[in-house]
Design a binder for this molecule. Structure first.
Ligand SMILES: Cc1cc2nc3c(=O)[nH]c(=O)nc-3n(C[C@H](O)[C@H](O)[C@H](O)COP(=O)(O)O)c2cc1C
Length: 243
């Protein structure tokens, strides 16, 4: 039965044959017993095929360019390693490299390797209230290395390095659409925090981050985190092809 249940691409019929309950993947089921052939067996249960790629919101996968709606969360000090992120990417999911607690140089090496893999990946940016310069240095590294997706964790409010990362590179395309290359998936534990990530950054921060304030210009309009889910702005250009 367990082996049959693992055949996700096949329908599963549970039938009673000669007093034994058996899993079957083919055949015909008759809802009306009278219509069934004389040698038909009682049908005890049925489950249609259920594929991992059919779970979740298809828009989530489309926006991130992944096949399955699964993200491997960051685990500090490289526990979620480059090979782990690569394997997840190879398998049609996405993994976040666990950059927290690592020297900047190690993070840089990991980023180079991830970039050269050609696979989708993300990287952790963890709020460091006691080491603000570290948070700044990491955010600047992500900008410099053109990391396109960051998992932001432990933030209690938007900070300048985070907003600077988010607004970096925002521009209008030839059709006047706003392109927001850098994306943030925020890990939040409370509604108030989610609200902060869904809102434009405070004017003081957005100005410091190089934006033009809450209500003016592309940076002001899209400096917020991804209010439509990881896709954020509907015209975002974050796409991935598995070749
Ligand atoms: C050993 C370990 C280290 C973790 N380190 C981080 C981290 O550095 N940054 C972070 O955002 N989340 C961290 N997490 C949280 C995971 O990314 C994930 O969100 C959490 O484990 C929930 O997912 P799960 O239910 O699949 O375990 C860590 C989790 C574990 C188990």
């Amino acid at each position: 039965m367990v082996a049959a249940m693992r055949q996700l691409r096949e329908p599963l019929f549970v039938v009673k044959m000669n007093g034994t309950v058996l899993p079957v993947s083919g055949g015909h089921a008759y809802l009306c017993g009278d219509a069934a052939p004389a040698d038909a067996h009682p049908l005890l249960g049925f489950a249609p095929p259920c594929l991992p790629e059919q779970l979740g919101d298809p828009g989530f996968c489309a926006e991130l360019g992944i096949r399955y709606p699964y993200l491997g969360g960051s685990m500090a000090k490289g526990i979620s390693s480059v090979p782990l992120a690569e394997e997840l990417g190879r398998a049609g999911m996405m993994g976040f490299f666990g950059a927290a607690g690592l020297p900047l140089k190690s993070v840089e090496t990991a980023l180079d390797r991830l970039a050269s893999s050609g696979l989708p990946y993300g990287v952790n940016l963890i709020h460091s209230p006691h080491e603000p310069e570290l948070e700044t240095a990491l955010a600047e590294l992500y900008i410099r290395k053109e990391v396109r997706l960051v998992e932001a964790s432990a933030f209690l409010a938007l900070t300048l390095p985070l907003v600077r990362y988010r607004v970096h590179g925002i521009h209008e395309d030839a059709d006047g659409g706003i392109v927001t290359p850098n994306r943030i998936i925020a890990k939040v534990s409370r509604e108030e925090l989610a609200e902060r990530f869904f809102s434009p950054p405070p004017r003081k921060i957005s100005q410091g981050a190089g934006g033009r304030g809450e209500h003016h210009g592309p940076a002001g309009r899209t400096g917020r985190s991804d209010s439509h889910g990881p896709g954020g702005d509907r015209r975002g250009r974050f796409r991935w092809s598995h070749g």
